[in-house]
Design a protein around this ligand. Structure first.
Ligand code: PLP
Length: 220
């Protein structure tokens, strides 16, 4: 068994059965992805559109590709034909453009609303008030070719576990309240947790973890 496959097995053992593992393959070559694929992994995450499209074209077609990067609206058209989930919807303009491109491709695109949960100031995303405004405005119903499946967040990059736990608790609370407001059975995904904090994320209701370096090794 290769190191990648053994890392995957170790991680899978610690994940509750209903938690989806997104293997974050950004910067890693197709050969690494294929090793993971051969041990059964089918969900992969990328954060650069060009790299994502190249990998999509070259790799097996039953891979579910997730876009986890910051979304530039002018690049949505490149992944719209095949993307399985877009994690980083952080403004209404992205919903609008996703809807347009999904329609052109005669499909519905699943996405997550990115929430700004980190106490540090550098990450993208809606804050709590903006999410409530978005829902109250009924804007989400203006985009029939987009299906909002849940929320995504990134905790502060810090050793302080208390702080990370606090941030995850915050997004879990928001996830529950939005779920109640929307009354939609499709709203079922809370994407939190990366290599360094996925255990804490799972304790706080994560249904989808995005793990890169703990599977593939350190990025160059
Ligand atoms: C790179 C990345 C990850 C994975 O990070 P690791 O620490 O390598 O697990 C998860 N989510 C997003 C949004 C990323 O950009």
């Amino acid at each position: 068994m290769s190191p990648i496959q053994s890392n995957l097995n170790t991680i899978r053992k610690t994940l509750p059965p209903l938690v989806t593992l997104v293997a974050v393959s950004k910067t890693f070559p197709n050969s690494a992805i294929l090793e993971a694929y051969e041990s059964g992994q089918r969900v992969f995450g990328e954060n650069k559109v060009q790299e994502l499209v190249a990998k999509y074209e070259e790799l097996p077609k039953d891979i579910a590709w997730h876009f986890i990067g910051h979304v530039q609206t002018n690049k949505i058209k490149y992944f719209a034909p095949f993307i399985s989930l877009v994690h980083g919807v952080d403004r209404e303009k992205v919903l609008k453009e996703l809807n347009k491109e999904a329609k052109k491709n005669n499909r519905v695109i699943d996405c997550l609303l990115q929430i700004h949960i980190a106490e540090e100031d550098t990450k993208f995303g809606f804050d709590v008030e903006e999410i409530h405004q978005l829902i109250a405005s009924k804007a989400l119903t203006d985009y029939p070719n987009v299906r909002v499946r849940g929320l995504m967040g990134m905790a502060t990059f810090t050793e302080n576990q208390e702080q990370v736990a606090r941030e995850f608790r915050g997004i879990q609370e928001l996830f529950r309240s939005v779920k109640q407001l929307l009354e939609s059975p499709d709203f079922d995904t809370l994407s939190i947790g990366m290599s360094g904090d996925y255990d804490l994320a799972i304790q706080n209701g994560s249904t989808m973890v995005r793990i890169g370096s703990a599977i593939f090794g350190a990025r160059g």
